[in-house]
Design a protein around this ligand. Structure first.
Ligand code: HEM
Length: 401
């Protein structure tokens, strides 16, 4: 990719007449031109304060912010009524952030990745076999979403009353995470979905199967969580990955298809352990979670800029992964990057709890796809990647010779 660093976006921003005009420009650049926008910020205003947020864009600044959760705290308290209470993802309370993170980590051991790969791979192959005759597959509704829902059912122990209802609850809840303008319809839908999800989960409190929820329900008394805390944590399991896993997988396949020689090399490597490197490098070129947010609790000097207490801080993982100060030749597709360059699962005390199964299910589903012959883009409109409000809706690709 070739990024225009000095395209004058900041001059246009400074000249915009009102705070609303400024935010509209920022919104437009984030959705259509994020690489160029962040490149310009990294070069000229690495800590960028707008009327709504402060963006942090350089790799070392991103790491500094994410490492300090007491100063830059999770500020998702408005998500608590949806989950039914505080959670490690929403706030810094001692109980949820130390004890519960440890408990949940023990229930999602990295050793489970083989099992997750088996589930994701089996489901992906079923979907690909069913689609083979049609010569095309919708990567969103026909492949990756079913894979994520199957992992949610078989590994996490949360199948939902049916997969479609579970996915609708999660979509409604996740939309409220990015509802910065407080749209009342999105908010109401999220609250209703959260309430229904929790009623459903309370029905699973006695579930004791060999899956994450079963393990959560059968922790020994000394470590056990109350029924209420189990429900809050169980509610976050599907919310934590159904959308991000589906969108990340579809985004990265789009990036591979945009680079035919790399797609071919990835397909040729689909039987090798090196295959995953293609996956994480491709996702760097269009991560689903481009920014994560924090609330700044005390005035804090970052570089030469003071971030005032109370600021909403947008920490750009996507920008950090393209920072030429920390990443060699960031605009090149390279397989030899060290692990610390990849921030897809966050960093620091709030690093994703599902890092291991999340990485396994995404990489395995994409591997099974690319192992098939003739995976290719189709011309629009059929082959257009359709997104709604930033969430993937449809992305049909060709299969077979
Ligand atoms: C496999 C199932 C998954 C589960 C159960 C899960 C769960 C979680 C939880 C509980 C947290 C909060 C951790 C904390 O606050 O200490 C978290 C954070 C995070 N997750 Fe996941 N996650 C999953 C998959 C994914 C996927 C597929 C992605 C994207 C590729 C992802 C990206 C992230 C990121 C970026 C954060 C950091 C958020 C922040 O620091 O603000 N997760 N995840």
């Amino acid at each position: 990719v070739d990024v225009a660093i000095d395209a004058g976006r900041l001059a246009r921003y400074d000249e915009a007449a009102s705070p609303l005009d400024k935010m509209l420009l920022v919104g437009q650049w984030l959705s259509t031109d994020w690489l160029g926008f962040f490149a310009e910020l990294r070069a000229h205003r690495p800590v960028f304060t707008t009327p709504m947020f402060t963006f942090v864009t350089r790799y070392t600044d991103v790491i500094e912010v994410l490492a300090q959760n007491e100063v830059f705290a999770m500020g998702y308290e408005r998500f608590e009524p949806i989950l039914g209470g505080p959670h490690m993802f929403t706030c810094e309370s001692a109980e949820t952030n130390w004890a519960e993170r440890g408990q949940l980590r023990a229930l999602i051991p990295s050793a489970d990745v083989d099992r997750v790969r088996e589930i994701a791979g089996r489901c992906a192959d079923e979907a690909l076999d069913a689609a083979a005759e049609r010569g095309r597959i919708d990567l969103v509704g026909g492949l990756f979403r079913p894979v994520m829902l199957r992992v949610c059912a078989e590994y996490f122990g949360v199948p939902g009353p049916d997969p479609d209802r579970l996915w609708r609850w999660v979509r409604a809840a996740v939309r409220d995470l990015v509802n910065y303008v407080d749209d009342p319809e999105i908010r109401a839908a999220a609250l209703a979905a959260g309430a229904e999800l929790r009623v459903y989960l309370r029905g699973l409190l006695e579930h004791t199967g060999d899956d994450v929820l079963g393990r959560l329900n059968t922790l020994p008394a000394a470590m056990g969580l109350s029924a209420e805390r189990r429900t809050v944590n169980a509610a976050f399991l599907p919310i934590g990955f159904l959308e991000s896993g589906t969108a990340s997988s579809a985004n990265l396949v789009e990036q591979l298809l945009l680079r035919p020689s790399i797609r071919e090399a990835a397909a040729a490597a689909s039987g090798s352990p090196d295959f995953d490197r293609y996956v994480w490098e491709a996702l760097r070129f269009n991560p689903f979670l481009k920014v994560i947010s924090r609330v700044c609790r005390n005035d804090y000097r970052l570089g030469g800029t003071v971030i005032p207490a109370g600021s909403l801080v947008m920490v750009s993982l996507a920008s950090a992964m393209f920072d030429e100060r920390a990443v060699d030749d960031p605009e090149e597709f390279r397989l030899d990057r060290p692990a610390h360059v990849r921030l897809h699962f966050g960093f620091g005390p709030h690093q994703c709890l599902g890092t291991h199964p999340g990485a396994a299910m995404i990489a395995e589903a994409v591997r099974r796809l690319l192992a098939r012959p003739g995976v290719r883009s189709l011309p629009p409109p059929e082959g257009a990647f359709v997104r709604q409000g930033g969430f993937p809706e449809r992305f049909v690709v060709g299969l077979g010779r």
